[in-house]
Design a protein around this ligand. Structure first.
Ligand SMILES: C[S@@+](CC[C@H](N)C(=O)[O-])C[C@H]1O[C@@H](n2cnc3c(N)ncnc32)[C@H](O)[C@@H]1O
Ligand code: SF4
Length: 398
């Protein structure tokens, strides 16, 4: 086997997309077929696996990793390859699951729906049906030239059908990652784990759930604690009024903070339960990062910030932090330097610094100003009320 294009994901992982289809991995949205047992061994999957073993890249379908590696970055593919033991707690699994037709499933990446009550500015209609009306208005605005992509109807995985199709293939499961849509919009997640007991040994499975937390029922959550470990990774992005502005729902930062503290109390009685908080670093929260880290360290009870995940936003391009006015970028630079000293073991700050040091892109700035004004008008909000320094910096054309 050549390893220059081989990725273990399409061999040992099942990835269920928010739109109710299967894709090759969590980095790719390319549709490999409907959510049914036959798709996992269909011609498209077989060709992909064979090409990977032969060292041939699918540049389109594996675009995210292909681009990363071509730009000299460590792709997710390379991380999976290097970290088999950390990821699956055993080595040799990759090497014994190289069939192009079908292998054991060790990791399930599960999206129950594309339904969400939030409409976060950097997210979109693929993940959140609440985004759909705003997206339609933005694409109707000819000034923005956003291509009109077909919008998906609301999708919801049928849990019973899922187990009828895949249940027997899940006996080796080690990891489940759940995102969405919002996984706690209804009780599918609870029904899913109840049924999973019939097919897998829950005590061997580590689970991570990404959630906006607004719909988490603190009294019901412990019914999920039969698994080996559960990490609730709560998406927050920013503090104060900026939180509500960025995440687009009538839910304040104070309400979220209160909910997180209630959830965190469960850690005292359940040692296999943990919470983390996450954000995507971008132009909106470029100067909120210090408040976020200090709050995140406190609320997760980790003074070294190890349970803060602050990834750099990949897209849309016009929301990237690199496009902020120079004066704001220089303040962000000092802030991140300070945070690196305060949280030396947090691995995300280095990438945030790289983002700040990247050059601005004029076209992106132009697009940001048009797009944001248009979205502000649709949502009847004003960024200048939330983050005046940013807008003033752009007005001064720094
Ligand atoms: C699509 S959400 C679905 C799960 C859940 N609704 C939530 O917000 O956590 C999964 C994660 O993607 C993040 N996200 C959304 N849009 C993003 C973007 N453009 N770039 C990077 N992360 C993004 C969210 O903040 C969240 O942490
Ligand atoms: S809460 Fe999650 S799925 Fe919903 S809009 Fe925000 S990022 Fe997207």
């Amino acid at each position: 086997m050549k390893t220059n294009a081989y990725c273990p994901m399409p061999f040992v992982t099942l990835t269920v997309n928010p739109g109710g289809t299967i894709s090759r991995c969590m980095m790719s949205l390319e549709n490999m077929g409907p959510l049914s047992a036959g798709t996992y061994s269909n011609e498209k999957f077989q060709a992909l696996r064979q090409n990977m073993l032969d060292g041939k890249w699918d540049e389109q379908g594996c675009n995210s990793c292909f681009r990363a590696e071509n730009n000299g970055h460590r792709s997710q593919r390379l991380k999976w390859l290097d970290r088999e033991e950390k990821y699956l707690e055993e080595t040799g699994i990759y090497n014994s699951n190289l069939s192009v037709i079908e292998n054991n499933i060790y990791h399930l990446y599960m999206n129950f729906n594309n339904i969400c009550n939030f409409k976060c500015r950097m997210c979109g209609p693929h993940f959140s049906n609440a985004w759909v009306p705003d997206y339609k208005k933005l694409t109707d605005n000819n000034d923005l030239s956003i291509p009109k992509k077909p919008l998906q109807a609301k999708q919801q995985v049928d849990v019973d059908k899922f187990f009828a199709d895949f249940g027997k293939k899940l006996s080796n499961l080690r990891q489940i990652w759940i995102t969405g849509g919002e996984p706690f919009m209804d009780d599918a997640i609870y029904r899913f784990f109840e049924k999973l007991k019939d097919y897998s040994d829950l005590s061997k499975i580590k689970v991570v759930i990404n959630t906006n937390a607004s719909k988490v029922d603190v009294n019901r959550l412990p019914s999920l604690f039969e698994v080996k470990s559960l990490l609730l990774n709560i998406s927050v992005d920013s503090t104060g009024d900026l939180y509500k502005y960025m995440r687009g729902y009538n839910y304040s930062f104070e309400e979220l903070d209160k909910k997180i503290r209630q959830i965190a109390k469960l850690k005292h009685t359940h040692s296999n339960f943990e919470i983390s908080v996450n954000g995507a670093y971008q132009v909106y929260n470029i100067l909120d990062i210090e408040k976020f880290y200090d709050w995140g360290a406190e609320v997760t009870g980790t003074p070294d910030g190890t349970l803060i995940e602050y990834r750099v936003l990949g897209g849309p391009q016009w929301l990237r932090a690199r496009n902020a006015p120079n004066e704001i970028k220089s303040q962000a630079n000092s802030m991140i330097n300070k945070l690196m000293k305060r949280y030396p073991s947090n691995s995300y700050l280095e990438d945030c610094m790289k983002e700040i040091k990247s050059s601005r892109v004029d076209n992106d700035i132009e697009m940001f100003l048009k797009w944001n004004t248009s979205l502000d008008n649709i949502r009847q909000e004003k960024l200048i009320h939330i983050f005046p320094e940013l807008m003033q910096g752009y007005e001064k054309n720094e």
